[in-house]
Ligand binder design. Structure first.
Ligand code: ZN
Length: 487
């Protein structure tokens, strides 16, 4: 019996889907800006495993993961302009060119991490009409008001009728005193009110017509609107990173309750955050590492490259509600552990059967299901998989023997839990960063020759190396500490 920790009730609950065989799951996807980074990897992998396990249990899962390509108030500190819009304006690109470019990079990183594509990946910018209709309903219900061409959600009124802040446990009095001054504050009746529609400033290049103004929807709205469109007014699971509980998910709850009179979500699931060497990841802290940099080892905080499967395995070695701290030592032991697991998988294919069995495989499957049924406890499952690997090694090393039935069982067991449910790639170079090491060393060697050439003022050679590397797809950057490269 599958149990899921529901962030709303703050306890594990037996999973009862709305429909017997079908599950609707919505996960807040990336804000399309910047390269795919480590912060993207954890929710993607967490809910990929949820998706895989529910599918394995026989549910037909409709998994919706959105792409925020408009309206996210992730503004530049300097001028308050939306980042996508700003980049588009500065580089004279269509905003959708910026979105397309970053989506491509994000999808490539997800594929490398063996994250399955969701069933539907809707863009906020493709659902403006639905968002406008959604706002109209909230206004009609009396929980939103227009002010100077923008529309705001009336938080105090909602709080009085339904209670606001239940998911994050915040109370509104605290909110009133801690809400930061934002652009357009004076248009609001209350500082805690949030924007459903924002009138676009003249220099804003992403805007659409609406009954209230030429403008754009507020960030929180897209998830309420698109989850309703694709999963219905009520659906089973809503996931995302813990950092989204407030304000994003709290606002989603208020919107859907105001819109339809009842909450939309049955189970709220939140993955915990990642840190790097004990610190939060952030551009200003110099520890903002992209997934590409992990895969190539080109960031100065990394002592080596780590393969996508090492990253995936490392994340799954922790329960999704626990923290994960990325450091070189921890990543290297994950790499070693994954290597042992994959060696076991390979050796399993070579096992020879005996007439008698001295291993006991009888409890493996039950323990594996118990682990996953216990709120997707992947670290416990990995422990059970290592028990299987120990048996495989004993048989391979002739300290134990297995029948053909044991071997067949172990093959099915590893294929189900390691490959299908945990999503670990067992073929090719998926597991080992070291298979790429000779290539990385070759690039480093070329850059060493270039650096010597520069010292000798041999600019022809140094430029030739840089340009030819660039033509192959390596970008080489000279920094004050030396040279950095990435693919
Ligand atoms: Zn969302």
């Amino acid at each position: 019996m599958l149990t899921i920790y529901n962030s709303m009730s703050r306890q594990k609950e037996v999973f009862k889907p709305l429909h017997e065989k079908r599950v609707g799951m919505y996960v807040c996807g990336p804000t399309v800006y910047g390269d795919g980074h480590l912060g993207h990897a954890r929710p993607a992998i967490t809910f990929d495993v949820v998706y895989r396990y529910l599918t394995h249990l026989g549910y037909k899962v409709r998994y919706v993961r959105n792409i925020t390509d408009v309206g996210h108030l992730e503004h530049d500190a300097d001028d308050g302009e939306d980042k996508i819009a700003k980049k588009a304006r500065l580089e004279q690109l269509e905003p959708m060119e910026v979105v397309q470019y970053y989506m491509g990079r994000y999808h490539k990183a997800m594929e490398a991490l063996n994250v399955l594509p969701p069933s539907i990946e809707p863009h906020a910018s493709g659902h403006i009409i639905e968002q406008i209709e959604y706002i109209k309903k909230i206004i009609d219900a009396g929980y939103a008001y227009e002010s100077e061409g923008s529309v705001y959600f009336d938080v105090p009124k909602f709080n009085k009728d339904y209670g606001y802040g239940k998911l994050s446990g915040r109370n509104i009095d605290e909110l009133l005193t801690t809400t930061r001054e934002l652009d357009g504050q004076s248009e609001k009746r209350n500082p805690a009110d949030f924007a459903l529609w924002k009138k676009a400033a003249p220099e804003h290049i992403m805007h659409w017509p609406s009954p209230w103004s030429e403008g754009f929807p507020g960030w929180h709205l897209e998830c309420s609107t698109m989850s309703e469109k694709y999963l219905g007014e009520t659906f089973d699971i809503h996931g995302g990173g813990m950092d989204l509980k407030f304000p994003h998910h709290e606002c989603e709850i208020a919107q859907s309750v105001a819109h339809s009179g009842h909450p939309a979500v049955h189970y709220w699931m939140h993955n915990n955050m990642i840190t790097i060497n004990g610190k939060k990841m952030g551009k200003s802290l110099g520890n903002f590492i992209t997934l590409d940099e992990f895969f190539t080892g080109s960031h100065e905080l990394l002592e080596q490259a780590y393969s996508p499967m090492t990253i995936r395995f490392f994340i799954l070695q922790a329960h999704y509600r626990g923290t994960v701290d990325f450091g070189n030592d921890a990543l290297k032991s994950a790499e070693t552990a994954l290597g042992r697991m994959l060696d076991g998988y390979r050796r399993l294919q070579e096992l020879k059967a005996s007439d008698v069995s001295t291993i006991d495989v009888s409890t493996l499957e039950q323990r594996a299901y118990e682990a996953m049924d216990d709120d997707f406890n992947t670290p416990v499952l990995i422990g059970v998989l290592f028990d299987a690997v120990r048996m495989i090694n004993q048989v391979k090393d002739h300290t134990a023997s297995a029948t053909q039935a044991d071997i067949d069982f172990l093959r099915k067991f590893m294929d189900t839990f390691l490959v299908e449910i945990l999503g670990i790639r067992v073929d090719g170079d998926g597991g080992s960063a070291d298979s790429l090491k000779p290539y990385r060393d070759a690039v480093d060697l070329l850059l060493e020759i270039r650096s010597n050439a520069k010292k000798n003022k041999d600019w022809t050679t140094s430029d030739l190396i840089r340009d030819r590397l660039a033509a192959i797809g390596f970008s080489v950057k000279d920094t004050k500490d030396g040279v950095e490269w990435s693919v």
